[in-house]
Design a protein around this ligand. Structure first.
Ligand SMILES: [Zn+2]
Ligand SMILES: [Zn+2]
Ligand SMILES: [Zn+2]
Length: 198
């Protein structure tokens, strides 16, 4: 497949314009929740002849064209039509069919588990080496603006709805720690009635 791939789809009349995509399949005249489309045209579904192709209407006719971001050079992220050749780990190029474990998704494709494990180990070693440059002082982890792992000093973002006191595991170093959400008190005053003046 290349970015110039353009295979005519004779089954689909050029006047049809309602096309949706679902994985490898392209569907024409798909109504809402299984109902016929209100344009009255028949429902047709076709599977692309090759992985990474999808149907596009060009100059009033339907063609299978490449949707693979790497074949077309579009750089599209979270692309869901990746061709067979480019369905590989973005780090080590291992093909998806050869993976032994579930890979990690990535905007540019996927990262295989061994590559991800290697990167995680490198991140952990880097964080621990950096924190080891200074002596551990528990005051450096008290009443901070951010939640900072007391083992490796990695800052962990916590959404306000997750505030609270709990035990946590650090994703970077795997260490366990206790999180206490500290609140500070401020005071606001508003006049009742008329303000007393001199
Ligand atoms: Zn490709
Ligand atoms: Zn890999
Ligand atoms: Zn940590």
């Amino acid at each position: 497949m290349s970015k110039d791939t353009k295979i005519l789809i004779p089954e689909i009349p050029g006047e049809w314009t309602e096309r949706t995509r679902s994985g490898w399949k392209c569907i024409w005249n798909d109504g809402w929740h299984g109902k016929p489309h209100r344009n009255g045209l028949p429902y047709v579904e076709l599977t692309a002849p090759e992985k990474g192709l999808y149907a596009d209407r060009i100059d009033g006719a339907w063609y299978w064209v490449s949707g693979c971001a790497k074949c077309t050079g579009s750089g599209e992220r979270y692309s869901y039509s990746v061709c067979e050749k480019h369905d590989v780990c973005i780090r080590c190029n291992t093909h998806r069919s050869l993976l032994k474990e579930t890979p990690w998704g990535h905007p540019d494709g996927f990262i295989c588990k061994p590559c991800q494990d290697r990167e995680d180990a490198a991140d952990k070693a880097e964080a621990l080496a950096k924190v080891a440059e200074r002596d551990y002082d528990e005051w450096g982890y008290r009443a901070q603006d951010e939640c900072k792992c007391p083992h490796c000093a990695t800052v962990i973002h916590i959404e306000s709805e997750d505030y609270g006191d709990k035990n946590m595991d650090c994703d970077t170093c795997g260490g366990q720690f206790e999180l206490t959400t500290e609140y500070s008190v401020t005071f606001t005053t508003r006049v009742i009635g008329d303000r007393i003046v001199a």
